[in-house]
Design a protein. Structure first.
Length: 195
């Protein structure tokens, strides 16, 4: 965390997106709190949710399916894990935008008015626990190897620039946000408010 701050704080001062924004924008202490304390709550919540769900999944996922997944080479499991986990994350994230009571939790993330390095940390823990659990639960339930899950967790494909959904997300994110805001049935849920 300190290394990232030492890199990005000077970069944001040298190459600001908004030249009028100061290094300590409004509500930045709020986001420092989110950065320091949310991670612990989110990680503990994911362990509890995925652990409890795994007890149920063992009853419903056929052993033949998990054996088939485990018999594959790690490189193939890693590709499948990446795709399955990203689809789970996408579907959960989409639900948090579309379902009104979920949007109230997710809206905290969209309430930031000035972007900087801390903006991504403004999240509601239940939102993140459920969204990330939607990624991890299928991997554990289907019996993916620890190595394949580790490749996903470390986000190695992104680090080497071959993540299949990363580029599509970067290219289309702003365009999709504009489209969602233009749809009358979704627009009221997309409005942010100070929380």
């Amino acid at each position: 965390m300190l290394i990232i701050a030492l890199i990005f704080i000077p970069l944001e001062q040298l190459l600001p997106l908004n030249g009028e924004q100061s290094a300590t924008r409004r509500h930045w202490l709020n986001d420092v709190f989110y950065l320091l304390f949310n991670g612990i709550v989110i990680k503990a919540g994911i362990v509890l949710v995925v652990g409890a769900a795994m007890l149920l999944a063992q009853r419903f996922v056929p052993e033949a399916l998990t054996a088939a997944v485990q018999s594959q080479p790690v490189w193939l499991q890693a590709i499948e894990a990446l795709l399955i986990a990203d689809i789970g994350f996408y579907l959960a994230h989409r639900a948090f935008h579309a379902v009104p009571f979920l949007w109230r939790l997710h809206a905290i993330h969209h309430s930031i008015e000035e972007m900087d390095r801390l903006a991504a940390h403004r999240v509601q823990p239940v939102d993140q626990i459920l969204t990330k659990s939607a990624s991890f639960l299928p991997l554990f339930a289907l019996g993916f190897s620890a190595e394949a899950v580790l490749i996903y967790v470390l986000d190695l494909p992104v680090a080497v620039g071959v993540h299949p959904l990363q580029y599509a997300h970067q290219i289309r994110a702003a365009e999709m946000a504009d489209c969602l805001a233009a749809v009358p049935s979704l627009a009221p849920r997309q409005r942010t408010r100070r929380l």
